[in-house]
Ligand binder design. Structure first.
Ligand code: HEM
Length: 366
């Protein structure tokens, strides 16, 4: 009974009913102005990118066919024959990368600004869930065109789950393989897998993200922007209309950039040709299979370090992210900013130079 009261008190403080009105959540809201104020725009940008994904994704559904015999051709038909189809498809692909990038920057900057502090723990926790959902959108979407790269990269991704089994005792060691079978819908990748990934990508994840994003945004509006810096900011601006006008102007610029990218550079021009041929279930796995760039920060270490080290890092990373408000409650913003910068440098280094680092170390050992 006592624990129920504690949970109710916790939720009442995070979602105060008396503040759930337009006056508090919109008219009275103010945004502090200081040297990190630019970071307050990152959540909004991520929101714009999510909206673009929903709209372009719905348009793609008109032509996309989720069957192993038709998926590849339907995607090609969208690109080659449907008026404006190539732009919509490209926009969906480019924006998926943009959304992941801004979500990561948003996480790092809210961390540096200590925006996870009481009463914003729910904003932080829902944020971590949003990042995982965004990554899962990327992983499941990758399979849908059903070409060599998409199917083989998914196979490699799923094999990593299976490899966890060797570290589990007794009958538990079978659990990861069972999990793969559930995800795949059978002993190997095929139609059942495509159907499942399709259902997850177009129905399950959107439902989940709408609910969690709702809680995230409600909590942001109820508590207002965090002060962001150690000393109390002296200047503030009204959220409505001043901040929103700047927010929307930035949205217009971001959309324009994405649109120009989508009409000029096909996303697939980054993949070498044989990889985007239709998937051949009987052929051998082609060279150069890699996940999308946003997995490199863990993919290259996985290729270099013993797998059990990676498992421990992953567990610590996931738990650590959720427990940030507890772990760093007494840490100064200066230290948090330092940690965020180190994390950012690591992420960029692995993303841009991961392949070279990998070749250098592997070459040195052979
Ligand atoms: C789909 C992904 C996400 C969307 C659409 C989104 C959206 C937003 C928006 C619109 C804001 C208000 C403006 C701002 O402060 O930037 C916000 C604030 C916030 N978000 Fe997110 N967010 C996402 C992911 C995340 C992630 C991954 C985290 C970190 C774990 C996070 C943590 C926060 C925090 C702590 C705040 C409060 C900032 C403050 O009060 O200063 N969000 N989010």
């Amino acid at each position: 009974m006592k624990s129920l009261t504690t949970i109710a008190d916790f939720l009442r403080a995070r979602f105060p009913i008396e503040k759930m009105n337009l006056q508090s959540m919109l008219m009275k809201k103010e945004v502090p102005i200081h040297k990190m104020s630019w970071a307050y725009y990152l959540g909004g940008l991520t929101l714009l990118f999510f909206t673009i994904q929903v709209i372009t994704g719905l348009l793609l559904l008109f032509y996309y066919q989720p069957t192993v015999n038709e998926a590849y051709d339907s995607v090609k038909f969208i690109s080659d024959k449907v008026p404006g189809g190539a732009v919509i498809r490209n926009l969906h692909a480019w924006t998926s990368s943009a959304m992941i990038l801004t979500a990561i920057l948003h996480l790092l900057t809210t961390f540096a600004m200590k925006a996870f502090e009481k009463p914003r723990e729910v904003t932080w926790g829902t944020g971590v869930l949003l990042l995982f959902i965004t990554y899962t959108f990327g992983f499941t979407g990758y399979l849908l065109p059903w070409h060599q790269l998409s199917v083989n990269a998914t196979k490699v991704g799923l094999q990593f789950i299976g490899a966890v089994g060797q570290y589990l005792p007794g009958s538990l060691s079978e659990l990861p393989n069972k999990l793969i079978e559930i995800i795949q819908g059978g002993p190997s990748i095929g139609q059942e897998t495509l159907s499942r990934f399709y259902a997850i990508h177009v129905v399950i994840l959107p439902l989940a993200i709408f609910a969690i994003l709702g809680a995230h945004l409600l909590s942001v509006q109820l508590h207002g922007m965090s002060k962001g810096v150690d000393e109390k900011p002296k200047i503030k601006e009204p959220f409505f209309p001043n901040f929103l006008i700047k927010d929307f102007s930035l949205w217009a610029i971001a959309f324009l950039i994405l649109f120009i990218l989508a009409i000029t550079i096909p996303f697939e021009s980054f993949f070498s040709f044989p990889l985007v041929e239709p998937y051949n279930a009987l052929g051998s796995t082609p060279e150069g299979i890699k996940p999308e760039w946003y997995f490199y920060f863990i993919y290259y270490p996985m290729e270099l370090l013993p797998f059990w080290v990676i498992i421990i890092i992953m567990i610590l990373l996931v738990l650590g992210l959720f427990l940030v408000p507890k772990i760093f409650s007494g840490t100064s913003r200066k230290t948090l900013t330092f940690i965020a910068i180190i994390a950012f440098i690591y992420f960029v280094t692995m993303t841009v130079f991961g392949q070279q680092i990998f070749e250098l170390i592997k070459g040195g050992h052979s």
